[in-house]
Design a protein around this ligand. Sequence first.
Ligand code: SF4
Ligand code: SF4
Length: 393
Amino acid sequence: MFKTRLLGVPYSREFRWDKCYKGKDYRGKDSEAKVYGVKVMTELEKTKMPSQRSLGDTAGDAEGSVLGRAESSIRTSINTSEELMGLVLRIERTSIHDGQGLRTVIFLKGCPLRCQWCSTPESQRHEPERGYVTDRCNGCGTCVNICQQGALAIAKQEGKVIINSSKCRVCFVCAEKCPQNAIKKYGRLMSATETVREISKDEIFFFYSGGGVTISGGEPLAQSEFVSEILRRCRGQGIHTAMESSLYAPFESVLKVLPWLNVLYVDLKHMNEELHKQWAGRDNSLILANLRNVDDSDTPLDIIVRIPLISGVNDSDANLMAAAEFCQSLRKLQEIELLPYHRLGLETYRNLQRDYPLKDLLPPVGERILERAGFLARQNPKVPVRVGGELVN
Ligand code: SF4
Ligand code: SF4
């Protein structure tokens, strides 16, 4: 059968029910799946919808108010609608890299960090952006004629469009009309209802593969109310939920999404506070505190820590030992995953006409990746370490 060939897992209605509502609590003790499911449904009924809360309900502390700015700017710009809206970068279906089974991944736009190795620069800014793929342009001139700002022209020699960014008002009219899809629009507003409808289209795949929805970014917690609403509705439909986050957000934002999460993926980019700031733009104190608080919370969910492996940045013995030591104390931790650096974002930097800080850095070779994964696994043999989808220990 399809599911058996693809994933090699058996299933039944009981099995799926169990998966949806996690038939174990965070301490790993088995519990009555159905009883737990009933408990969750009771919580669902009792909990007030985030969209019903005051829209001025932002983080209180100084750090929070800085972090809350992006989220509130999205809220205020879209608050003419009664629907909760979010800025979505793209939706990817049937992913096998972002959680168990086949996943529908909702990539949101906007992130407070600026990791120098970021492979999705189009996800960083908290607003829609224009990109331009030079190779696709055939110089037809449609966009030049349509642009009201006179921001476009055809370069005589190359026969391709050149964009005067100082004149461009980022209206995206050219992107809509370009027959070659050479001008791209990164990011669009979607309502929670529309987003959940898109997710629901893949329910059959979730059912057969044990998959579900994964919210990724950018930083999902920069739009925590939107994410909370999507996850709440998905859980109500019995869809398994996961989120990939840096946890760089006020804990109030984390608390909004926590009740609706089955699995939380957290990046530990660097354990040294100063070096984290140097390479990611912000220090790691808030991230580590949030991760500790999530682990201490009563919310039953699994934590998977991800470490991007960047040569000369965070692949030292000292950093991996510090990461392993921190992880050792996390009760909800299921495994650590190493994500070797790659250069797949290079073209997107070009499309955005943005400089890529690590353009000369080469990805680590296979032997080095396995050696580092083995080293990490030896620090705490009880915690599974995974790299490239394979368990190391
Ligand atoms: S409409 Fe598209 S293909 Fe035509 S000139 Fe403009 S960017 Fe190039
Ligand atoms: S986004 Fe709008 S203003 Fe900018 S180049 Fe295209 S049509 Fe002109």
